[in-house]
Design a protein around this ligand. Structure first.
Ligand code: SF4
Length: 314
């Protein structure tokens, strides 16, 4: 069996939800939380993916966040705007607290390790190496609230990553850290051999349950956010609870500033588009052709004689 931390965590939370997602492969819906996390992870992956210990500027990082922003799952443009401004504030907070910038020893590293009873997969956000403090695994979190320490202690994610790092690079990380980006809090722990053994035992238990097809539903506080609540027997004939997530708060002055900034960016982009249209039109004319392609799409002379373009290669 091949299993990831996310799948194990899903099973621990509710075996039936695990079955719907990983066995029956029913689709999950996009959500603000998912898109928000993906956007952050991609911006920070880019930020640390540098060839020298010379970091990008804060403005470059914010520009990257904008470029890689994932728009899926937001219920309205207003909700998306609120999340984007929250993400930008968190990126600024992150940047101001970087301290000494170091190139990571590993970045967004995908792994698949053989535990004997299963193959375990995952992605390590960052592995840092401090000359004095040794190796540290860092995992980014975009939760708004810090979970209780006990829940973090019992979570399998960092023990799993610790086991993976030991097997892949044959080094033993001195500490493992959840970095809560929205509140700039680093929760660090030490994974002792006993703790790693405990994690392996729990993974073995979960794998055993899955192999024996134990998929009983487990009603829990996250049910309102479950993608399968409409088909879940636990909620059959009952009122489906409403999700109570509220969009991030927004300073009204911040919204006004954002309109002005965005308008300036749009004006710059429009000017650049006009310049590029002129370059492409001249090229087509000089070469006597009516179509030219890039890696993302094609520009061509339309029926009305003006330059048009579309994504794709046809
Ligand atoms: S609604 Fe709750 S009990 Fe039902 S599958 Fe989802 S998480 Fe499990």
């Amino acid at each position: 069996m091949k299993i990831s931390y996310s799948a194990i965590s899903s099973y621990q939370n509710c075996p039936l939800a695990y079955k719907f997602q990983y066995v029956d492969k029913l689709p999950t819906a996009p959500s603000p939380a998912l898109s928000f996390g993906q956007s952050f992870h991609e911006a920070l992956r880019w930020f640390y993916d540098v060839p020298t210990e010379d970091p990008y500027s804060l403005q470059e990082l914010i520009d990257r966040l904008e470029t890689c922003w994932v728009s899926d799952g937001y219920s309205s443009p207003e909700e998306e705007a609120r999340y984007f401004l929250q993400a930008r504030s968190a990126i600024e907070l992150f940047y101001r607290n970087i301290g000494d910038f170091r190139m990571p020893a590993a970045l967004e590293h995908r792994f698949l390790i053989d535990l004997g009873f299963c193959h375990l997969s995952g992605v390590i956000d960052r592995l840092d190496k401090d000359p004095e403090a040794g190796f540290e695994i860092v995992d980014y979190k975009t939760n708004r609230r810090l979970p209780p320490a006990k829940r973090l202690y019992n979570d399998l994610q960092l023990p799993i990553y610790h086991i993976a790092v030991e097997r892949i690079w044959e080094v033993s990380p001195e500490k493992v850290t959840f970095h809560y980006l929205l509140i700039n809090h680093r929760h660090s722990m030490v994974i002792t051999p006993e703790r790693a053994e405990g994690a392996l035992a729990e993974i073995r238990r979960v794998v055993g349950c899955i192999e024996s097809e134990a998929f009983e539903p487990e009603k829990n506080p996250l049910c309102p956010w479950c993608d399968y609540i409409e088909i879940c027997p636990v909620w059959e004939g009952k009122a489906i609870p409403q999700k109570t997530t509220r969009s991030p708060a927004l300073e009204i002055g911040e919204a006004v500033d954002e309109i002005l900034l965005s308008e300036r960016k749009v004006a710059r982009s429009l000017a650049r588009i006009e310049g590029l249209k002129s370059v492409v039109s001249s090229y087509l004319e000089e070469h006597g052709i009516d179509k030219v392609g890039g890696s993302r799409g094609v520009a061509f002379i339309g029926k009305d004689g003006s330059l048009s373009w579309h994504e794709g290669d046809s």
